[in-house]
Design a protein around this ligand. Sequence first.
Ligand code: SF4
Ligand code: SF4
Length: 192
Amino acid sequence: MSIINLTINLHDNKDFIEYVSIESGQPVQQCYQCGKCTAGCPIAFAMDYSPNRIIRMVQLGLKGEVLKSQTIWLCAYCSTCTSRCPRHVNLAQVMDCLRGLARREGVQLKGRAKDIALFYDCFLDTVKDNGKLYELGMMLNYNVKSRNLLKYADTGLAMFRRGKIKFFPTKNKNLKELAEIFKGVKESEEIS
Ligand code: SF4
Ligand code: SF4
């Protein structure tokens, strides 16, 4: 186990704490580690660091560990933590901010974090192409990119038989406007 000198770490990463507070708009420093967020989090059992630990790690400037964690990708943005926090920290928003930062910094994701990030990409690809979700196309894209062609094939087939997913996509008629939105988001990400 590697030992971290928190004083040096905090000094080296003080920009990180400030960045997370400003970018997420959340009073991260106000967290006093009551643990209510974690107690209510439905995904905490699967996380490598509990939600309150992630906040503490941000406070301590443990940038590398936070950005590499599975937790920030497993968070389902359900906001249970946010509704319970006595210090008004919108933790879901903090997690979202950390995911964005991990992507921008090119953090090499592993395990479920990698799968979830790929799933997000495939979801956005289909929305970009069709203006709405095209489930079959998204899952095929995901399976090809994750090199697991038959993943969820049974579920997909069962849903198809019941008419829950369509074979061909239907397109939104406002694709031009949508392209502008994607372009704007990309530009704003490049600035931040
Ligand atoms: S509920 Fe709020 S104050 Fe308590 S540990 Fe979680 S983020 Fe911190
Ligand atoms: S928003 Fe994320 S961290 Fe908060 S309770 Fe839901 S899954 Fe857990």
